[in-house]
Ligand binder design. Sequence first.
Ligand code: NA7
Length: 485
Amino acid sequence: MTGARQLRLAVIGAGASGLMALIRLREAGFQDVTIYEKAETLGGTWRDNRYPGVTCDVPSHGYRYSFEPNAEWSRVCAPGDEILDYLKNVARKYDLERSIRFGEEVSSARWCDGRWEIETTSGPQGAFDAVVTATGVLHHPNYPDIPGIDTFEGDAFHTARWKDGLSLKGKRVGVIGTGSTATQITGALVPEVAHYALFQRTAQWIAPLPQGPIPEEQKALFRERPDLLQAEYERISHENNSKFAAAIVGANPRAYEKLVQVCRDYLETSVRDPELRAKLTPTYAVGCKRLILSENFYEAIQHPNAELVTDRIERIEERGIRTADGRLHELDVIVFATGFDTHKLMRPMEARGQDGRTLDEVWAEGNQGYLAVTVPGFPNWFMIGGPNSPIGNFSWLLTAENQFGYALKLIQRLARGNVSEIAPKREASRRFNEQIREALPGTVWATGCSSWYIDRHGNIASWPWTFEKFEADMSEPQWDDFEMA
Ligand code: NA7
């Protein structure tokens, strides 16, 4: 980066997106980059989620960095620990850990005299020219507000806080929730435990996705032929983006109809008992909640030791869960598969922008930014996974790379030296959010269901357009939409 200003940069979070940002920043010539990571190790969601059966629901050859192919994935959908190993290997290869400060949670970021003053739980860290937030979406566990939750005498924990080393063999296990997490746990735990009770508040649509092992010959072929490995990555991305992602935002009605049919047929042919099938049949549109991909849930829930409980949970007691029909479901372990607060984003950190207002204040009526990457009044503040990111559409790694590619262009502009502050114009942000509001009613997320895409104000947090539009918007900043000083 000869002739350019060396910037001091902070990245918040050492999950998949923060690691990628560090690699890209170093490649672009930025040497003074620090990642602040609240935990003691890297990996983000793949570090936190260690529950039995944890797996990615994007096929493994499509869920990797574009610049780091991997011929070794063991299964069509990689298990969580394998993805964590992949991230660790990438970190080792690029010598990333020397730039990561572990166990340092950023508690505040304050715009002061043209730089960001950062403070972590261990104290002030000084001033930075720009901040990249890479804090993820699925990391604040949501605990259910059930009376008596603290009275249970057995083990009780959230899926993202799995009790390592606890054997569930021969135990009576109750799982609350029926999202992707609970579905994966069901497939993994039913064969192992004595009794398995799944407490369902809302039935979920499931599409079948084969997740089995990748044969050795296939791996050997991919090792020898990187071109084929690359073609597989592109095929999976294209398949997902042109069919599923386009279908849910209303841009491919034929693909959507097919998706509906596939889910209906899968339920119909997999669940024989009409009473159980009725309980498992959702009353909302396919894809309104995040679609579940599974190859073993329906089979597992019909196993003789498994029970689907649809009576409302009344309270938790010393010995188990009491449902509204008066029955006490006696349990040894209760698992809260109750999801995450997806709208907190980088908070509880206090971020205070140009005019002294915090993000909490600016976002009091819901999170809003400009193109999901920047926020008016917060100069040199770049978000991977900011408001209205495509959280339910494309592979997260592809999303993160596109968003960071865009942010990098803004950072490089700062490094050129004639500009030291970049923030989106309020008018540009207003226009973007207006377009979001116009587009969202055409998406399946707005057809009437509760989901983690929707915040408490009723705003839908995802990207309501196609991948092509996302890629085009992220390809080059519209410089007229920014204020620069
Ligand atoms: P989700 O998809 O948010 O699912 C949470 C589940 O927990 C869902 O079935 C909820 O029912 C249920 N839930 C939440 N609170 C309660 C209470 N109080 N009582 C009963 N049931 C409750 O989280 P996951 O962890 O499964 O998946 C998150 C994402 O991770 C997933 O989409 C993938 O992208 C990976 P509800 O539907 O609200 O009635």
